[in-house]
Write a protein that binds this ligand. Structure first.
Ligand code: ADP
Ligand code: MG
Length: 614
């Protein structure tokens, strides 16, 4: 048999390797920004078009490259940063593999302009799919500009795999944040589609954090500092009351490199123990310095994970240091997590306004039905709400989305509802009680029903909100004094994007600009004191998952708001509140599942009990 092994042509090998380095436009941003830092730039500008899909360009005023180096920089394993394997253990640079530019050039149209300090004339190089198209002398400023155009132009499958522009932009901003936070003494600018996103002057690290995350961040920061033989820690944690339900701002840098470390995260979280409610995550910006010999950053191709020689000591020191800072700044004593129940639940509100918005729906809204379906479900309470709901869901919700394992419950509630409750008149003394301030238990004719109060309320609010967003019929409560809130600029931009939907739920924005939001009206369902958290939660949810279609965005918005507003576990409910909640739940279109498809209630038959006594 003849020989069958062939060497892959360089450009093919490069394309394959590129997949590891370049996953999305944000990967290009990361590599180019890091190269600029390694080149000792003091000012770096990032220009992005169409979420980086059309253009990612980084301009720096660093050392630049000679004509030969410019050409060589695109060769695989071409690096000026290490000369021997020994150097790997003493890294002070971001890059060292000499892979990034070669990889990027394999899958994009790349243009390089560069000049060193001591040559008068620079060089202009263009490369497409690893092929050098031209290299000419050029008059250019000192430093380097690399433009990466039409990423994945020659790998359509990868290009199609890219997410929507908002998602890709989010990834780019994340990378930008990481590099900019790690290097506060370097000035950074970022433009997207021609407009300024960030303009960060050279500063110290506190100012850098504030410039990125908004001026109100300043008063939230608690400084952290410690120096021992093996570890130096600098940075800030956010005061516990600014912890977030989602992960939020959590940054570790080791020797100026952003890293992810669940282990160190645990150390910080445990320092906050007792200061934050469970489910709330601390925010932090922590800069660790260790001897480069004592870490291995080689274990992960995208270099966001590292391994410490002495992990345990680092954990212990980090935890102790953060704890100490929190104590020193006297954070602990002012905290009181015994929250007022009325404060916690918008429920009180729904009681105060008996004309809940849901009742105001136009019942003739549904063009597909002659009259609202009265059906065979005969609840002893406000069914008119339920029937008005049905119209809302026509065409909106996939009726067939069946949650596995829930079929039975759904069936049961539909079938048995006519005489579900032992006491057919709930108003006059339906027995309900609360278990663990979490579940509402109610006897049924044939057993009992256990309702999860938080999930039930989420379902109620979700349907309410979704209706408001889509039908635009929300009721707003005018605030006596407009609420002025401060967010970072990108967060304000996100709010601006969902402004219309928010207004449909009852928000009235009197001003939305830069880092300030002024609100003069809020939805009736929500308390003024909840607004900040709710908006922040929304923004975070959107950052984490930006749906593309209008409907799924409304859906996500409703889900996220419902989760933020719903009565929490731990809140005790009185008799009227429990009954009202159950009434509202069964007036819902889909009372059986929460907006996130968790079961809202379960039922147990007397026969289930009987079996336990056999
Ligand atoms: P690495 O950063 O791992 O060395 P890269 O492919 O990112 O590999 O870059 C290859 C080389 O090109 C670098 O080692 C450096 O010498 C040079 N280089 C890249 N970007 C710049 C820049 N912005 N300024 C100066 N030199 C650069
Ligand atoms: Mg590099």
């Amino acid at each position: 048999m003849s020989d069958i092994i062939q060497l892959l042509p360089d450009h093919v090998a490069n394309q394959i390797a590129a997949g590891e380095v370049v996953q999305r436009p944000a990967s290009v941003v990361k590599e180019l920004l890091e190269n600029a830092i390694d080149a000792k730039a003091t000012s770096i500008t990032l220009v992005v078009k169409d979420a980086g899909k059309t253009l990612v360009q980084v301009t720096d005023n660093g050392g630049g490259m000679s004509i030969t180096d410019a050409r060589l920089s695109f060769e695989r394993h071409a690096t000026s940063k290490i000369k021997s394997a020994e150097d790997l253990f003493n890294l002070h640079t971001k890059g060292f593999r000499g892979e990034a530019l070669a990889s990027i050039a394999a899958i994009a149209h790349v243009e390089l302009k560069t000049r060193t300090e001591d040559s008068d004339i620079g060089t202009h190089l263009t490369i497409e799919g690893s092929k050098v198209i031209s290299q000419d002398p050029a008059v250019v400023p000192k430093g380097t500009t690399i433009s990466v155009k039409n990423l994945f132009y020659n790998i359509p499958a990868r290009r199609n795999f890219l997410k929507s522009n908002p998602v890709e932009t989010r990834h780019i901003i994340d990378e930008f944040h990481r590099v900019a936070l790690a290097h506060p003494s370097v000035a950074f600018q970022m433009l997207h589609n021609g407009s300024d996103v960030f303009n960060l002057p050279a500063s110290n690290s506190r100012q850098r954090i504030v410039n990125i995350f908004g001026s109100k961040t300043n008063e939230k920061l608690v400084p952290v500092t410690e120096e021992t033989e093996i570890l130096k820690i600098e940075g800030f944690v956010l005061k516990p009351e600014f912890g977030k339900k989602s992960r939020g701002e959590q940054f570790f840098f080791v020797n100026d490199r952003f890293i992810k470390s669940p282990y160190l995260h645990h150390a910080v979280s445990s320092a906050f123990e007792g200061l934050m409610k469970s489910g709330v995550h601390p925010g932090y910006f922590l800069f660790l310095e260790v001897d480069p010999h004592s870490i291995d950053i080689n274990i992960h191709p995208t270099k966001t994970e590292i391994k410490f020689d002495d992990e345990h000591s680092i954990y212990a020191m980090l935890r102790a240091t953060v704890k100490h800072s929190l104590g020193q700044f006297n954070i602990a004593p002012v905290l009181d997590f015994e929250r007022d129940k009325g404060f916690d639940t918008p429920y009180e509100y729904s009681k105060k306004s008996p004309t809940a918005p849901s009742v105001e729906v136009d019942r003739d809204f549904n063009p597909f039905k002659d009259k609202p379906k009265q059906g065979n479900i005969r609840f002893p309470y406000k069914r008119e709400q339920a029937s008005s709901w049905e119209s809302l869901y026509v065409g909106l919700k996939d009726e067939n989305t069946e949650v596995s394992g829930l079929g039975d419950i759904e069936f049961e509630s539909e079938e048995v509802t006519g005489s579900l409750f032992e006491n057919s008149d709930l108003e006059s003394g339906q027995i309900t009680f609360q278990l663990q301030n979490k579940y509402i238990v109610s006897p049924l004719k044939n057993g009992m029903m256990i309702v999860h109060q938080n999930l039930a309320h989420q379902r109620i609010l979700y349907e309410e909100l979704l209706k408001n967003i889509t039908v635009k019929e929300a009721v707003s409560q005018q605030l006596l004094f407009p609420l002025e809130l401060h967010f970072s600029k990108p967060d304000v931009d996100i709010i601006e994007k969902i402004r219309e939907q928010l207004e449909n739920t009852g928000f009235v924005f009197s001003e939305l600009k830069n880092e300030t939001i002024e609100i003069s009206g809020i939805p009736v369902l929500i308390m003024e004191s909840h607004v900040v958290n709710l908006l922040q939660q929304l923004v975070n949810d959107i950052k984490e998952e930006v749906p593309d279609s209008g409907f799924s965005q409304n859906d996500m918005l409703a889900k996220s708001m419902a989760a933020g507003m719903a009565i929490k576990t731990g809140v005790s409910l009185n008799k009227e509140e429990r009954e009202h909640l159950i009434n509202q739940l069964f007036a819902c279109k889909e009372p059986t599942v929460s907006p996130n498809n968790k079961p809202v209630f379960t039922t147990m038959d007397v026969s289930d009990f009987d079996r336990k006594f056999m």
